[in-house]
Every structure is written in structure tokens, then in C-alpha cells.
Design a protein around this ligand. Structure first.
Ligand code: PLP
Length: 376
């Protein structure tokens, strides 16, 4: 079996598993409890927070542990809606994950400006800068959001440049770093006003994540004063330990990024050789080393998608469409890049992990060639 869906979720890393189990056994108490077991659990949680803060380059008190990116995005827009004026709007890139797009629409109904991307999928920085100058209803937007790297295409966004543009104008900048962390250096991320990520794309347990916030953040969940009153609910001590262990492990692998980029190049060559007429989405722009978004050629009997046929050969990949409540919808990311509806049905996302080898990629290319041979 070949697993190529790390952007959806990555297998739990052995280091994260060991850290999770150890914390679960050693720290059974509730960190909010005042007895010895509670105090020990709290100390373990704060050790995880301190590592994360040092790694991101922010203060410990700036970090809130969450269940992942979706919760964090919702908390951020809820907070902004409560603290901004009733007519204020937000600006978000057109290729954000639905957890950002939909949370923005929910808390700022009809007051969301989508920042366009160029055909390669990279934010149009000139257009964004013009829109920032114009403001929202002639006022400052309540915030601007741009992800660090796109989940569907792997395209890397100019988040640091937009962060700095926002800082010059005193506009809070939000960065969803879910697909970036664990794959590229964390440097500079801690300077974003709001920053969040899920852990499970990089080997941490599902249901773990973090949110970096400015002072005065109110949060979304009430019913307890955990996380300095910014996120009620019993904290996940073992999850935080697993998250840190996974990120630490990935951090130690970052020297391997150039070799991984070479591997991706070779993988793309093999895939295009297997599929004459195919093309790489976002070719020519900077992309994550682990992600290949491939526009595959048309097959006879197009009712069955590439992703389904590949699944039958033992390859787990993902379609270029967002699957919402079991219904396939054409991808807003591909649409924003100018990929036609007929074409986006044929886009396959293959996302690898640190443990993936070139042989694994070769295996995918061979199986794709066999599917193509059979169905063209
Ligand atoms: N943001 C990005 C870029 C993602 O890729 C994902 C998940 O695919 C999310 C947010 C949401 O993450 P979660 O489902 O863990 O909350």
C-alpha cells in the first residue's frame, strides 16, 4: 500500500507516540487541579508550551493549545468580530482552507474581501497591497489572512511579505501555517499577530494544535479559565507533549529539504512520463517539497475518478475537489488559479511525508501508467 495523503493527515510519528504514552502515564492529573498530580500535569503542559514558544519565537503567554486549525480559525474570527466595529470587514486570500473562508464569512457576513492569486496559485501581492491601501469601506480591515502554504497544491505564499505590509499599516495579520510547520523552518512565524496550525499533518496526534494570539484575545469557548481564560476545557497534556515531540523530530530533518525537493522533481518527471498529456499544477512557482498536484489526462468512462481507480491499486491520494459532507465540490483553489471545472475533476493531489522514498513515488507512477493504459 502506498500512502500519499499526508496533507490530509500523516501517520503518527514514533516519537510523538512515545511522548504521548509517556505523558499519559506520568501525568494523569488535570492541570487545573491544585493537588500534586495537577501541578505535575500543569508543569508538563508548560514545558511543552515553552518549547513551542521558543521554536516559534514568541512568548509562552502568547500561545493557546487548541484541538487544531479549524477551532483556531473560528476562535480568531469570532474574537475579531467582537472587537471590531460593526461595519469592519476582513481580507482573506482566495485560496485559504475552508476553515478560514467559512469562519470569516460566518463572523463577517458580506464583509469579506477575497485577495486574488496569480495563475500559479501565489497571492497577487500588488493587488493585495492596492486593496490594503484602499481599505474596507474606506476603513482599516479588522484583519488580513494568508496561509503559509496551500494544502491542495503545496504552493508557498508570500506570507512574510504580506505580514510586513500589514504591520506597516497596523493591521492584524493571520497566518494558517498548518501545511508549513514540520516541513519548513519556523523562523518568522511567531511574528504574525495570529498564527495557528494543526499537528496531525506532521506526525502529531489528531486533535492537537496551537494558536498564537496578541494580548487581549478573548477566545470562543467559555466555561472555564484554562489557557488564561482564552480556551475553556480540560487541556490535553499528552496531546501537547505529542505535538512537541513530532515538531522536534521534523525540525531535525529540515537539512534534508534540498534533497526532498530533488526527489519531488524526479517524482514529477516519472509521473509525467507515465501520463503523457498530464501537467503539474503550480509548476514554476515555489511549492512544498512533499506535495504534487497533478492534472491527469482524461480517461474513458469519466464517471470514475482517478483517485478511485488509484485507490483500487493500493495508492491513497486525494482528489482536487474539496469533499464537503460527502459531496464533491469543485475546488475553489483550482478555480482561483483559472483551472476549468472539467479539468479540476482530473486533478490528483499526492502528498508525501519524511518517510516517503523515491521507490514509493516510482510505485505510484507505475500504477498510474497501468490505470492510464487500461482506461484511456
Ligand atoms: N488549514 C489547512 C491549510 C489545512 O490543510 C487543514 C486541513 O487539511 C486545516 C486548516 C484544518 O485542519 P484541522 O482539520 O486539523 O482542523
Amino acid at each position: 500500500m502506498l500512502y500519499f495523503d499526508h496533507n490530509a493527515t500523516a501517520p503518527l510519528s514514533p516519537a510523538a507516540r512515545a511522548a504521548w504514552l509517556e505523558a499519559q502515564e506520568l501525568f494523569p492529573g488535570n492541570p487545573a487541579s491544585t493537588h500534586w498530580a495537577g501541578r505535575r500535569a500543569e508543569a508538563a503542559l508548560e514545558t511543552s508550551r515553552a518549547w513551542l514558544a521558543g521554536w516559534l519565537g514568541c512568548g509562552d503567554a502568547d500561545l493557546v493549545f487548541t484541538s487544531g486549525a479549524t477551532e483556531a480559525a473560528n476562535a480568531v474570527f469570532a474574537h475579531l468580530a467582537h472587537s471590531a466595529g460593526r461595519t469592519a470587514g476582513v481580507m482573506v486570500s482566495a485560496v485559504e482552507h475552508p476553515c478560514v473562508l467559512e469562519a470569516a464569512e460566518r463572523w463577517f457576513p458580506s464583509r469579506v474581501v477575497r485577495l486574488p492569486v496569480l495563475s500559479g496559485g501565489v497571492l497577487d501581492l500588488d493587488a493585495a497591497s492596492g486593496l490594503l491601501r484602499g481599505g474596507f469601506n474606506a476603513g482599516r480591515p479588522a484583519a488580513v489572512a494568508l496561509m503559509a502554504a496551500n494544502n491542495e497544491t503545496g504552493v508557498i505564499q508570500p506570507w512574510a511579505a504580506l505580514r510586513d505590509l500589514c504591520r506597516e499599516r497596523d493591521i492584524p495579520f493571520i497566518c494558517d501555517a498548518t501545511q508549513w510547520v514540520g516541513r519548513l523552518p519556523a523562523e518568522g512565524l511567531g511574528e504574525c499577530a495570529f498564527l495557528f496550525a494543526s499537528g496531525h499533518k506532521s506526525g502529531a496526534p489528531v486533535g492537537t494544535g496551537f494558536l498564537k494570539v496578541p494580548r487581549g484575545f478573548t477566545g470562543l469557548l467559555s466555561g472555564g479559565d484554562q489557557e488564561d481564560g482564552r480556551r475553556a476545557g480540560t487541556q490535553n497534556v499528552a496531546g501537547a507533549a505529542g505535538l512537541v515531540a513530532a515538531l522536534r523530530e521534523c525540525e531535525g530533518l529540515l537539512d534534508g529539504v534540498p534533497a526532498r525537493l530533488e526527489m519531488r522533481g524526479e517524482a514529477e518527471r516519472l509521473l509525467l512520463e507515465a501520463l503523457p498529456g498530464g501537467r503539474i499544477v503550480g509548476a514554476g512557482v515555489e511549492r512544498l517539497w512533499n506535495t504534487v498536484s497533478l492534472l491527469a489526462p482524461e480517461l474513458a468512462d469519466c464517471r470514475q475518478r482517478w483517485v478511485v481507480r488509484l485507490d483500487a491499486t493500493g495508492v491513497a491520494g486525494s482528489s482536487g475537489s474539496a469533499c464537503a459532507s460527502g459531496r464533491e465540490q469543485s475546488s475553489h483553489v483550482l478555480r482561483a488559479m483559472g483551472v476549468g471545472a472539467g479539468e479540476s475533476d482530473r486533478v490528483l493531489r499526492l502528498s508525501s511525508g519524511w518517510g516517503t522514498s523515491l521507490e514509493d513515488w516510482r510505485g505510484v507512477a507505475e500504477r498510474m501508467a497501468a490505470v492510464f493504459e487500461r482506461w484511456r
